[in-house]
Design a protein around this ligand. Sequence first.
Ligand SMILES: [Zn+2]
Length: 462
Amino acid sequence: MPELPEVETVVRTLERQIGSKKIKEVKVCWDNIIANVRPEVFASALINQRLEKYDRRGKFLIFTLTDYILVSHLRMEGKFFIHPLNTAKDKHTHVIFRMEDLELHYNDVRKFGRFYLYRKQDSLTCLDNLGYEPFDETLAGPVLRKLTLKDKMVIKTKLLDQSLIAGIGNIYANEICFRCGLDPLRKSCYISVSKWDEVIEATREVLRQAIEQGGTTIRSYTSSLGVTGLFQQSLMVHAREKESCYCCGSEIIKIRVNGRGTYYCPVCQRRKPLVVAVTGCIGSGKSEVSSYLKERGYLTISSDEINADLLKQPQTIADLAAILGCQKEDIDKKYLSEVIFSQSAAKEKVESYLHQRIYQEIASWIKENEAEKLLFVEVPLLYEVGWDRYFDYNVNVDSRPELIYQRLLENRKMKKEEVDRRLRNQLSLAEKAKRADYNLDNRSTLEKLHDSIETLIRRLEY
Ligand SMILES: [Zn+2]
């Protein structure tokens, strides 16, 4: 099936070769190819219509004429040929558009392609269910994350869903997954915002490159118009079963996913653990969640603990002294918390330095534990520092304000003003609960909390 780059190439080639010619006559040889009007209406409406504009939306070709808009979808095998006048049709020619000095033949061996005709003021209903154009500037990670949050479909298949992103077919979906190091069988609901951003970038890169090279000539859609697509020479995995990966040398594997040939490198695109962030307000019960997860045999790490460890390292102390322009001896927890709770420019520098170091530590911990299925990272200020975009799934420990105060005042012996101040520096309980992919219920008993952790684990095991 021709995909976005091939359709784009066909549209641009037709624009170059036909330009603003006028249609003199239309012959429909196989009626069912015209989808939304009667074939005789189609043929008579187009007489004396001049071609004004050539566009593409997803895999659809859109021709704007004097009074009408003609939309064409090539489906599996549709092809356009430009011939001299009075060229005899062959058995696969289904529509002939005669212009002043040439003929445009539409051929389709499998007859799956369709034409749609609309008056200019009508809405193009055949395009109604199309999703984002890959080059649409509003297409971004957070949008796709939101649209796929509950979607159990594997990413390889999801990329073919024209109602999400329009224009990607099997070849390019395989290539996009490879470029992002994505296991094609990963469920779309476990793709983080930052991973979606990578997917979008890879999509644009692959498609742009393929358009530049005139598409991929595997079954040739563009060659009917004299264009030889060259992107097949740039394919990294598609149709390369048993050949070696250009990046790591492993043998490329072919499997079937939803009936479609799926090619991938088992090393570059190996299955990775789901990395789950656990957040929540101070006193909401995050450490209770972590210890329960540990008991259940899962690996967890805490950004607060990493932070505390980092502050014990001489290198960190030296770096911070340089940032703050003070002596190494001055740096201690009290001094830093004064800086961090002040509104100075130094606060920003210290935080950005520490966040970067903490993130590096988390990333290398994830890498060390890549064989795991699930990994949990406790990040108290997940949303405040904008790290929710990096995790595959974000979980909030939800609790009630009375309980939070009780825990902090009684169990942790904090002063009320201190608790108030800490809570003011965080997003509200309600906001955290709203932003989370899942809320653990710590609003009543410990038993209830454990039940809700078990439900979460069952949901995440995939
Ligand atoms: Zn590889």
